[in-house]
Design a protein around this ligand. Structure first.
Ligand code: 5GP
Ligand code: ZN
Length: 112
């Protein structure tokens, strides 16, 4: 999608602070971090929301990538939070599926 912010990042039209990349996913640091570690993991193909995620293999790969990045960032053992905001009531602002990886501080619950 040419008008999608995260597709532009995948296509390198907009630079990102890249953390990890393979053939299916891209991970980069959030521009407005809500925790000492705040990384977004996205599929390279355009998927608008979690409601549109059709591919179980891609879903699993996104989750495994989050866990691997948590390990490489040194927050796997202390703990971290993964968030997917879906649609307006879920707080989604960018309509290209992304998993938030948040860590490096104590998280509170319930989420706001
Ligand atoms: P959402 O609310 O859709 O779940 O989260 C969107 C996230 O994308 C927010 O945490 C926001 O800070 C991040 N974001 C928005 N624009 C940019 C950008 O241009 N670059 C980066 N790295 N992150 C962005
Ligand atoms: Zn997109």
């Amino acid at each position: 999608m040419t008008d999608c912010l995260f597709c532009k990042m995948v296509n390198q039209a907009i630079p990102v602070d890249k953390v990890f990349e393979d053939e299916r996913v891209l991970a980069f640091r959030d521009i407005n971090p809500k925790a000492p570690t705040h990384i977004l993991v996205i599929p390279k193909q355009h998927v608008a929301t979690l409601n549109d995620l059709q591919d179980p293999s891609l879903a699993g790969h996104l989750l495994q990538t989050v866990a691997q990045i948590a390990a490489s960032e040194g927050i796997a053992d202390t703990g971290y939070r993964t968030v997917i905001n879906c649609n307006a009531a879920g707080g989604q602002e960018v309509y290209h599926l992304h998993l938030h990886l948040l860590g490096g501080r104590q998280m509170s619950w319930p989420a706001g």
